[in-house]
Design a protein around this ligand. Structure first.
Ligand SMILES: Cc1cc2nc3c(=O)[nH]c(=O)nc-3n(C[C@H](O)[C@H](O)[C@H](O)COP(=O)(O)O)c2cc1C
Length: 211
């Protein structure tokens, strides 16, 4: 960024990329479309933060598998660390970082599980190898050796014709009460917009935050 225009006169200082900024879901949809075009891999990757029984935060990446006015959906193993944490505390935070676009979206809210029918429908779209893997993976528990894992995969591959969804493989939906959009601007004078609502039926209020 050149300093030929003094900062107090710079047009870029006025706002970031919030062209559809009155409704966060529409804005997210627009940014997600941009990310699908710009990101070389996993534009749908998001950091999922939960807390354990001691209140210690835990964060890991998951993939966004759908979003609409009800919330943001990912799939996992309910017996995993995150599954146990979400069963005890039905709240989570998600963060997307689209590096190529220099944009971040954060959201926080209550977590519910998706219906069995919805999870079945998504599981049915997975490749057979992923479906078998879902049965073989005892996610977050100690694995004696890679060989033991190979055996579990072979056993499950032999066991099934069409592979049903494992009952422990479920979908989670985060319904945001807060959504924040952040866009990089020169000299760390970034632009941030936060949307808040009291509950899922309430209207969003929008606030610009200092970067
Ligand atoms: C890009 C990326 C996407 C991932 N997507 C998922 C996912 O959708 N679901 C999932 O259970 N784990 C996913 N993982 C693995 C998790 O980050 C994590 O290792 C695993 O879920 C166990 O976490 P836990 O022990 O906290 O439950 C992904 C990892 C990466 C790096």
């Amino acid at each position: 960024m050149s300093d030929t225009v003094p900062i107090e006169h710079a047009t870029w200082l006025r706002s970031g990329d919030f062209t559809e900024a009155d409704e966060p879901l529409r804005l997210f949809a627009a940014w997600f479309e941009d990310a699908k075009k710009a990101e070389p891999s996993d534009p749908d990757a998001m950091a999922l933060a939960t807390v354990d029984a001691d209140g210690l935060a835990n964060v890991r990446m998951v993939l966004l598998k759908g979003f609409d006015e009800r919330g943001f959906v990912f799939y996992s193993n309910e017996e995993s660390q995150k599954g146990r944490e979400l069963a005890a505390n039905h709240k989570a935070s998600l963060a997307f970082h689209w590096k190529s676009l220099r944009r971040q979206v954060r959201l926080r809210g209550a977590v519910t599980t998706v219906s069995a029918a919805e999870a079945d429908a998504y599981f049915a779209t997975r490749p057979r190898s992923s479906q078998i893997g879902a049965w073989a993976r005892r996610q977050s528990r100690p694995l004696e050796s890679r060989l033991a894992f190979e055996k579990a995969i072979a056993l499950n591959a032999a066991k099934f014709g069409p592979v049903p969804r494992p009952p422990f493989w479920i979908g989670y939906r985060v319904t945001p009460a807060v959504m924040e959009f952040w866009h990089d601007r020169p000299y760390r004078l970034h632009d941030r917009i936060e949307f808040r609502r009291a509950d899922a039926a309430a209207a969003w209020t929008k606030t610009r935050l200092y970067p």
